[in-house]
Design a protein around this ligand. Structure first.
Ligand SMILES: [Zn+2]
Length: 241
């Protein structure tokens, strides 16, 4: 499966980033017959809780819940995510191998510098992957666009996906990260994301984005160019001024 072509490829700086930002959209895509894959740019070895090994196990369990064909992990350095030519070629190779139509990445301006760097690196690699003379022994491939999901900083979304039907399973996927999120049984040092308030915030954010489109839950995304809308009435269905 590791060579599989996918419709959507979801990148995160750390294991768990992508599903926090767009786990509902992953599930919705799979429910609609799309093939998805996940790529973590680092092993998450600098996380206060857990180890790279426990985080890998948890992330693979989450990928199964999300219906991903595969989850690959690069090792670009948690806490100092490297973005040089070598790392760019690693990301280009992954894009050329899986040939996604759409790439999802962190919004390239966030509180955590790794998220900012990841968003920038994936954006640039998505363009360069289409340049035939960058030689990785693979055919060039350029995705249609990069779609940004949000992490600590919240931006006005370019579009919102209705994830109402997926909300419960998304939270099940997040619960696979027993070392990271709210777990009353954990004896490890408390962190901001391990507090119950973090999980509550994730749900509240989904309700907030959902409310913007008249749905119970939603996930908001930013793109540099707007999506083409073929039916304006359908795009605003169930809404009123
Ligand atoms: Zn992260």
């Amino acid at each position: 499966m590791k060579n599989a072509k996918v419709d959507y490829l979801f990148f995160g700086a750390h294991p768990d980033d992508a599903e926090i930002g767009c786990g509902g959209t992953m599930l919705d895509s799979v429910a609609n017959g799309k093939k998805i894959g996940l790529v973590d740019l680092t092993r998450g070895e600098m996380g206060t809780r857990g180890t790279a090994e426990t985080r890998l196990r948890e992330s693979l369990a989450a990928a199964r819940v999300l219906g991903a064909l595969f989850r690959v992990q690069l090792d670009l350095g948690d806490g100092n995510l490297r973005t040089g030519r070598e790392e760019e070629l690693d990301v280009i190779s992954v894009i050329r191998k899986h040939r996604p139509s759409i790439v999802f990445a962190p919004f390239p301006d966030d509180r955590h510098p790794d998220h900012t760097r990841a968003g920038q690196l994936v954006t640039e690699a998505s363009f360069y992957a289409g340049l035939a003379k960058i030689d990785t022994d693979q055919a060039p491939h350029r995705p249609q666009t990069v779609v940004y999901y949000m992490q600590n900083y919240v931006n006005q979304p370019t579009f919102v996906v209705d994830t109402t039907a997926q909300q419960k399973t998304k939270m099940d996927a997040l619960r696979c990260y027993k070392s990271q999120f709210y777990n009353p049984k954990s004896k490890e040092r408390m962190t901001a994301i391990a507090k119950k308030s973090f999980i509550d915030m994730i749900e509240a954010r989904a309700r907030h984005f959902g409310a913007m489109i008249g749905a119970e839950f939603g996930e908001g995304f930013v793109t540099k160019l707007p999506p083409r809308v073929d039916d304006v009435t359908a795009a605003f269905r169930g809404r009123e001024v």
